[in-house]
Design a protein around this ligand. Structure first.
Ligand code: GTR
Length: 328
C-alpha cells in the first residue's frame, strides 16, 4: 500500500513537472507564403512573426517559409486544415472550393472596388465568411489586400468578351474561375502559380489573370505583354491559422496572435498600395501593351451565368451575396 502511494505521488509529481515544462517550452510554428522576398505579403508575414514573438514574450515563434517552397497553395491550405502547418497567408480563391461561404468573393465583379471589399470584409459579411472557414478548421486572423485581377496574354489586347474566345487561360483551382473563362468562350486551364511562367513562355497557355504586383513579380509580363484592365475579381487574402493550434492557446496569447496579425495587415495594406503603383510603372517601362476596357458592363453581362449557376446550386448563399452587394 505504502509503495503504491509512493508510486502515485511520484506519478503526479512527474505529471506536474511535465505540464510545467510544456508551458515553459516555446512553441515553434511553421508558416507558408507563396510570394518572393520584398513582396508586400512577404514583408508583412515576417513582421507578423516578429510581432508574435514580441507580444508572446517569446512563448511563440513563427518560422516563415516564403516563395512557395513548402508546396502549392491548395496543398498548403490542406496542411493548415489538418495541422501539418500552423499558419498560411492564403488567397480566398483556392479556399473557396472547401468553404462555400468563402467562395462568394470569387464571383466575378461581386465587389465594386477595393473600398467596397474592405467594408464588406470588415462587417457582417466578413464574419459570415470567417465562420464558414472555421467550419473547415481554418481561422482567419486578419485580411490582406490583393488588388483587382485583370486579364493578360501573349496574343492581343482584350477589349470585349469575344476577344477571349479560343484563348487558353490559366486560372487558380476553383470551378468558378473555369466557369468564368468558359462563359467568355475561352479554354480555362487550372494550374499552380509556380507553373504559369513556363506555361506562358512555351505556349501551353496563352494568358492568365492577376493583379499588377503578381504580374510583375513573377515575370509574367515578360512573356505575356498584353494587359487588359478588366478588374473582374477582387479577392481578399487571409492570415489563417489551424483551429486547434489557436484554440489551445491561453486567452492572453490568443489576443497576442490576433493583434500581431492585424498589425501586420495594416502594414501589408500600406505596402500593397505602393507596390501596385510601382509594379505597374515597372511593367509599363518594360514595354507592356496596356489597355482599358471600354465597356466593362459587357464583361459583367457575359459572366452573369457564373453567378446564376452558383447560386442555384447553393441557394443558402443568396443572403450572403445580397449582404455583400448591399454593403454601402
Ligand atoms: C496572387 C495571390 C497568390 C496566388 C496567385 C495565383 O495574386 O497573392 O496567393 O493566389 O495570385 O494566381 O495563384
Amino acid at each position: 500500500m505504502k509503495n503504491i502511494k509512493k508510486l502515485m505521488l511520484g506519478v503526479s509529481a512527474l505529471a506536474v513537472a511535465s505540464s510545467l515544462s510544456i508551458t515553459a517550452i516555446a512553441e515553434e510554428w511553421k508558416g507558408w507564403n507563396i510570394h518572393k522576398p520584398g513582396y508586400p505579403n512577404t514583408v508583412a508575414m515576417d513582421k507578423f512573426a516578429e510581432l508574435l514573438k514580441e507580444k508572446t514574450g517569446g512563448e511563440i515563434t513563427l518560422k516563415m517559409f516564403h516563395s512557395g517552397v513548402l508546396g502549392n497553395q491548395p496543398d498548403a491550405i490542406e496542411q493548415v486544415r489538418v495541422g501539418g502547418l500552423a499558419i498560411g497567408n492564403f488567397n480566398l480563391g483556392p479556399i473557396g472550393p472547401m468553404a462555400p461561404e468563402a467562395n462568394v468573393v470569387s464571383l466575378p465583379f461581386i465587389f465594386k472596388d477595393m473600398g467596397h471589399m474592405h467594408r464588406a470584409l470588415d462587417g457582417e459579411a466578413g464574419d459570415k465568411i470567417s465562420a464558414g472557414m472555421a467550419k473547415i478548421g481554418i481561422i482567419a486572423l486578419a485580411w490582406y489586400d490583393s488588388g483587382a485581377r485583370s486579364f493578360y496574354n501573349s496574343k492581343k489586347p482584350i477589349m470585349k468578351p469575344s476577344d477571349v474566345e479560343g484563348l487558353k487561360v490559366r486560372v487558380m483551382n476553383n470551378d468558378l474561375y473555369s466557369g468564368m473563362i468558359s462563359a467568355l468562350g475561352g479554354n480555362p486551364s487550372p494550374m499552380a502559380f509556380s507553373e504559369v511562367f513556363q506555361s506562358l513562355k512555351t505556349g501551353v497557355v496563352d494568358g492568365a489573370e492577376n493583379n499588377w504586383p503578381s504580374y510583375e513579380s513573377t515575370g509574367h509580363f515578360e512573356v505575356a505583354k498584353y494587359y487588359s484592365l478588366s478588374q473582374h475579381l477582387i479577392i481578399p487574402e487571409c492570415v489563417c491559422i489551424n483551429d486547434k493550434v489557436y484554440n489551445n492557446l491561453s486567452d492572453k496569447n490568443k489576443k497576442a496572435v490576433k493583434d500581431a496579425a492585424r498589425e501586420s495587415a495594416k502594414l501589408q495594406r500600406a505596402l500593397w498600395e505602393k507596390r501596385a503603383i510601382s509594379s505597374r510603372e515597372k511593367v509599363m517601362k518594360a514595354g507592356v501593351k496596356f489597355n482599358e476596357i471600354p465597356n466593362k458592363q459587357a464583361f459583367m453581362d457575359a459572366m452573369t451565368p457564373v453567378h446564376t449557376k452558383y447560386l442555384s446550386a447553393n441557394p443558402d448563399l443568396v443572403p450572403l451575396v445580397n449582404l455583400i452587394k448591399n454593403t454601402k
